[in-house]
Design a protein around this ligand. Sequence first.
Ligand code: MLT
Length: 271
Amino acid sequence: MVWIPKEQRWHLAVVPYLDQRIHAPMRPTLLLLHGFPLDHHLWDPNRDALSAAADLIVPDLRGFGRTTTEVSTTTMEHFAQDLFKLLDGQGVQQVIPCGLSMGGYVAMAMAELAPHRLQGLILCNTRLVADTAEARIGREATATDALAKGMTVIARAMAPKLLGKSTRQHKPHLITWVENMIGRQAPAATAAAARGMAQRTDRTPVLAGFHRPALVITGDEDELMPLPTSEHMHRALPHGSMVVLEGCGHLSNVEAPERFNTAVLEYLGSL
Ligand code: MLT
């Protein structure tokens, strides 16, 4: 298995922000975790604003972006373990994972594996329950399609569903942006992550036992994770707050970056 080649670490936001950590030791570290099947570029609209208040680590999850993978299934625990190794390598003890959709699943796996390493938690457009039997069948179909038909087909089918109705209407260029990002991903990584997502367990007990401040962000036009999904997560969190971005779909950080950034910055300010 190859994950995050050394040169890529230099490409990411990890290293530039280390200097700031040295000069401002009280700054929190945000670990920005992309969704499926995307890469670290998902966070391009947020990096500048969020770096005003936090050090940022913006990795590609195993197999995505500039990383590669040779496994046929990547569980959320695999991703989480990769990230703890990355943090160990950077000498970072505690982070606030901010994960969107699959990135949220990974953030919850981190909260289960090593809650003491989480200073907080931001869950965007995601859910805490496991897949239904029907959803698992759909995951396998996605995996098979990615391997047999390639990412162009997956990208065309998925990109419009990731954006809300208002965004599709008023910012159609974002459909192309997302489609291109999906089209660049490796079929093997996409298949492995789809199969890994099918193995998720219910994280309700994990969130119920998470006693640090947490933030849930979603969009009222998210067709993949409808509002009750986020309300369910919010209810499970003992110290959770929730922000619903109007006119936003599944990629709320891209569809309304200013409002998304404000929500995260206010949460960081409240810590
Ligand atoms: C994502 O955006 O990461 C996916 O919608 C997650 C999923 O398929 O469950």
